[in-house]
Ligand binder design. Structure first.
Ligand SMILES: NC(=O)C1=CN([C@@H]2O[C@H](COP(=O)(O)OP(=O)(O)OC[C@H]3O[C@@H](n4cnc5c(N)ncnc54)[C@H](O)[C@@H]3O)[C@@H](O)[C@H]2O)C=CC1
Ligand SMILES: CC(=O)N[C@@H]1[C@@H](OP(=O)(O)OP(=O)(O)OC[C@H]2O[C@@H](n3ccc(=O)[nH]c3=O)[C@H](O)[C@@H]2O)O[C@H](C(=O)O)[C@@H](O)[C@@H]1O
Length: 462
């Protein structure tokens, strides 16, 4: 019987889980790192694949669960479905080859055999900007069907504070038929940044751990002490751990909004916002972030909605910051329009080349990307909008742009170039070959080598 044989069930498991385990800590650690505490990681995306690979590397006995058969097939073929993550392809190949990691679409079977259940599936927003926990609810129910005494459920996905105790715990009790105190639940929020995910999972930052009870916290802290090389910071309870994660993200969204607000002031003052920010940040109490065309991804623009509308407290600061960040797409389009006007180009006859459609450099993620509203605002002003993004394969949802390859773009005559997302492919561009003014939305271009006028958001007019 292989370690991952789906016939491995609660009766044939080598031992019970770590929650309320009777042995001493050293024995528990040895069991966890020796593969006697099977792990299941639910959700094999940008976060789940690095996480499952590290769990497999540490335990030798991890199953990854995903609903996408192509993801499962890719991983079981020893390949990573997630690109541009240093070290990840090699680690996935290694742990799959050794049998330490296996992927499956069988969530129930994985739940049956696992003693540690790690939830890393999306927590997004509905069209009404309400938290959408439907995927988590499904996975929690699946885990509940296979939950055994001694098991530990770990919520790595970001959720509105109080979700673990108020929503997931009752569902686990109901679907498992177990009683309070028979299994553990802990919020251990993922703090990883795409592009350095493996390093982050392994310990770039301290790992925050907060359980529904002290024993959950203890068991989860033991696990992450083995997973991460950094400190494990335990919190009083699961809600505090959930809140710290959301607060980190809200801090970032509000501070980006401050940078964007100051950029608008700088434009009017005819100074360079980036110079002013660099100088202001020379003293330790100031950490002004970077202005840009907006805030994308399924995290930073989402997390404020995990607070506003979920609690009675007034959230006007958060909503004002969200509006400021979302307004930057239109602001960037208006800057482009002003550049065209300064060049004497009629908007209706203009051709604009938009570089970068995903939300962040080198990350293939379109959720909430500011480039989509930016392209829409540009098109509404009249110009034809061409777009280049080497990370996008399916352009079907991007109907306000005409996709080009980088090679095609070089051969196309355009009246302005807008750099919205500075993928690596764009850093070696010969910008003067476009023979057009450039709006560098992320202040990413080394203008020393560029003769064409280069504008920035919040920068002086060249
Ligand atoms: N992407 C990031 O930078 C970070 C994300 N997070 C949190 O992690 C969550 C996941 O993020 P990503 O990995 O980037 O998402 P993703 O969209 O890259 O991957 C999600 C994966 O979950 C799978 N999935 C969907 N429904 C499922 C189900 N019922 N059972 C099993 N698998 C299912 C999808 O097929 C996909 O492979 C986010 O919602 C966020 O809360 C936290 C820190 C960083
Ligand atoms: C507090 C924090 O830095 N959180 C990180 C963040 O990572 P994420 O991949 O969302 O990228 P990000 O660097 O925050 O960028 C989000 C968006 O904001 C924009 N952005 C970012 C920084 C800035 O100064 N100005 C700006 O406009 C980016 O272009 C992007 O569109 O969110 C992740 C998450 O929680 O998913 C989290 O794990 C990461 O540590």
């Amino acid at each position: 019987m292989t370690q991952h044989d789906s016939r491995v069930s609660r009766e044939t498991r080598p031992r019970d889980g770590l929650y309320d385990a009777s042995e001493d800590e050293a024995t528990q650690r040895a069991a966890f790192t020796g593969g006697d505490v099977p792990v299941a990681v639910y959700g094999l995306g940008k976060m789940g694949v690095p996480l499952a690979a590290v769990y497999a590397d540490v335990t030798g006995n991890t199953v990854g669960v995903d609903v996408d058969p192509s993801v499962v097939e890719t991983i079981n073929g020893g390949q990573s479905p997630i690109k541009r993550e240093p070290g990840l392809p090699d680690l996935v190949a290694e742990v799959v080859e050794s049998g330490a990691l296996e992927a499956t679409t069988d969530g129930e079977g994985a739940a049956e055999r696992a003693a540690v259940h790690v939830l890393m599936v999306p927590t997004l927003l509905t069209d009404d900007d309400e938290p959408d926990l439907s995927i988590m609810d499904d996975v929690v129910e699946t885990v509940g069907t296979g939950l055994s005494p001694g098991d530990l459920v770990i919520v790595e996905s970001t959720v509105p504070p109080r979700t673990t105790v108020d929503r997931f715990l009752p569902k686990l009790l109901e679907t498992s038929g177990l009683s309070d105190g028979e299994f553990g639940v802990a919020a251990c929020p993922e703090r990883t940044v795409s592009g350095q995910a493996l390093a982050d999972v392994r310990g770039t930052h301290p790992k925050v751990v907060g359980g529904i009870d002290d024993e959950s916290t203890r068991a989860a802290a033991l696990i992450y002490d083995e997973i991460s090389s950094n400190d494990v910071v335990t919190t009083t309870d699961a809600t505090t751990a959930e809140a710290t994660k959301v607060f980190e993200g809200v801090y970032r969204d509000v501070n980006i909004a401050i940078a964007n607000q100051l950029a608008v002031f700088a434009e009017e003052m005819d100074i360079d916002i980036n110079e002013a920010i660099d100088v202001a940040n020379t003293q330790p109490f100031c950490d002004i972030h970077d202005p840009g065309p907006g805030v994308g991804g399924h995290c930073i623009p989402v997390y404020p909605h995990f607070l506003s509308g979920q609690f009675d407290a007034d959230a006007s600061l958060l909503s004002t910051a969200r509006e400021r960040n979302d307004d930057m797409a239109a602001y960037t389009a208006s800057l482009t329009d002003a550049i065209l006007e300064s060049e004497g180009v009629e908007p209706d006859e203009a051709r604009v080349l938009l570089l970068g459609m995903t939300y962040k450099a080198n990350i293939a993620e379109l959720r909430n990307t500011p480039s989509i509203p930016l392209a829409r605002h540009l098109a509404e002003m009249g110009p034809t909008v061409y777009a280049v993004d080497p990370l996008i394969e399916d352009w079907s949802a991007l109907d306000t742009v005409e996709p080009l390859t980088l090679e095609e773009a070089h051969d196309r005559s355009v009246d302005a170039v807008v750099l919205a997302t500075p993928h690596d492919e764009f850093t070696t561009l010969e910008w003067d070959t476009f023979d057009a003014p450039i709006l560098d939305g992320r202040a990413a271009i080394d203008t020393e080598e560029v003769d064409a006028p280069v504008y920035t958001i919040g920068g002086p007019w060249p």
